[in-house]
Design a protein around this ligand. Structure first.
Ligand SMILES: Cc1cc2nc3c(=O)[nH]c(=O)nc-3n(C[C@H](O)[C@H](O)[C@H](O)COP(=O)(O)OP(=O)(O)OC[C@H]3O[C@@H](n4cnc5c(N)ncnc54)[C@H](O)[C@@H]3O)c2cc1C
Length: 387
């Protein structure tokens, strides 16, 4: 079998690439190879659903601006046969809270966000207390609130992108990529678990937390590792005022969900690996003290469920790797290493990848600094002051 573009991995990221390729050029054939169409272990459906413009790097802010605007229109834009693709976007805001020691970083990020046209507000501790009376602000230096950010349904995003891409003619193959064929400085074919081979002009590695396994098929080493983190659903008996998505510098991140809350405290100290075991003591030992410190109501909270999931953690600098060049290959494109931002940046990166594939350069957002070259140069591009 032969096609123009093979995308390995059909999560939100792979589906977004396929959608944008067909949107921009309906004549280009795209085949997405996804080994598990139920997405049982995929990261996308396990995400918290947070979407925010609160980043330090202009690229990440621009990706969020593009993607959040895309999500606002998602239901209509991804509708198929008149059936809307709901993602239940809740524009209930995002709030970064920091101790006095992190004020400089918060201020710099705030200035960048403002310069790039984001609706963000600086809140001193007394304003924060006024806004969120239940919050303990005694140890806080300030906060930045972005009222237009919020959260949405990750599964809805995945299904919307997948169904729309299919309606535009993208083929989703339920199969596993087990090998990649290298000929000189190009990849020429993908070998599948079913025994089939697919040849193509371009290959995109959108395998998320499994990206390094795809690279290993070409003897390429990448610093992207599976990093387990837990998403807890918990309830609180005592009422708290309506909250935005809250993040602090100790990595506590949570938001309201139904009659409770969902969130956790991801840690980089977690051993890397494909680990889906649940540590039922983690909430009590790590998450609960952080919650109770910030809101006294959480002294009496109950964890109702804990779901493990994997970040595609880029241990080099915590940002996506996009574009060609890995292993000296001109037509093998990385699109992984999102390190916790992949849901919110799937539309922006999907579009960017499609532009690269079809035109050879970026036209919407310049993501050149997120390319493979920074690994060769040994120059990490880190986010400052955020998770
Ligand atoms: C608990 C948790 C909370 C998170 N919260 C947020 C959040 O609030 N906001 C945010 O933006 N991001 C969040 N993320 C991160 C986000 O989920 C990921 O960055 C994003 O889903 C990555 O999408 P993906 O399509 O690259 O990966 P995936 O959804 O994992 O898709 C990759 C696919 O590749 C397939 N695959 C792998 N190997 C092969 C192969 N050899 N052959 C064929 N198919 C293969 C897999 O089956 C999988 O379906 C969170 C992640 C976790 C775990």
């Amino acid at each position: 079998m032969k096609t123009d573009i093979v995308v390995v991995g059909g999560g939100a990221v792979g589906a977004a690439v396929a959608y944008f390729v067909r949107l921009i050029d309906p004549g280009t054939e795209v085949c997405v190879i996804e080994r598990d169409p139920s997405y049982r272990l995929a990261s996308t459906p396990r995400a918290s659903g947070g979407v925010r413009r609160l980043f330090s790097l202009p690229e990440n802010i621009e990706l969020s601006k593009y993607s959040i605007a895309f999500f606002e229109d998602f239901a209509e834009a991804m509708a198929v046969d008149g059936v809307k693709a709901e993602v239940w976007f809740k524009r209930n805001g995002y709030l970064f809270i920091v101790p006095p020691s992190a004020l400089d970083v918060l201020r710099r990020n705030f200035d960048t966000q403002r310069r790039l046209g984001c609706n963000v507000n600086w809140l001193e501790p007394d304003e924060l207390k006024h806004r969120f009376p239940s919050m303990n602000v005694a140890d806080l230096g300030a906060a930045v609130h972005s009222p237009d950010d919020g959260w949405l349904d990750p599964h809805g995003v995945l299904m919307g992108l997948r169904n729309k891409a299919r309606s535009l003619g993208v083929e989703f193959l339920a199969d596993e990529v087990t090998g990649l064929v290298r000929t000189g400085s190009s990849v020429t074919g993908a070998l599948l678990g079913s025994g089939r081979r697919i040849d193509a002009g371009h290959f995109v590695n959108a395998a998320g937390a499994w990206a390094k396994d795809i690279c290993a098929m070409l003897d390429i080493t990448v610093p992207i590792e599976p990093l387990r983190r837990f998403e807890h659903y918990f309830q609180c008996q005592d009422p708290i005022e309506p909250l935005p998505f809250i993040k602090d510098t100790q990595r506590l991140a949570f938001r309201p969900e139904g009659s409770g809350y969902t969130g956790g405290v991801p840690t980089l100290a977690e051993p890397r690996g494909y680990n889906f075991d649940v540590d039922h003591t983690y909430f009590d030992h790590v998450v609960w003290p952080a919650l109770a410190h910030r809101f006294p109501q959480f002294e009496r909270t109950r964890c109702m469920s804990t779901l493990p999931g994997l970040y595609d953690q880029n241990d080099f600098d915590g940002n996506v790797i996009i574009g060609p060049g890995a292993g000296g290959l001109g037509n093998f494109h990385m699109l992984s290493g999102f390190s916790g931002h992949g849901l919110m940046h799937a539309p922006g990166c999907g579009r960017a990848m499609a532009e690269l594939l079809l035109k050879g350069s970026y036209s919407t957002i310049d993501l050149a600094r997120f390319g493979w070259q920074r690994l060769l140069d040994g120059t990490p591009l880190r986010e400052q002051g955020s998770i």
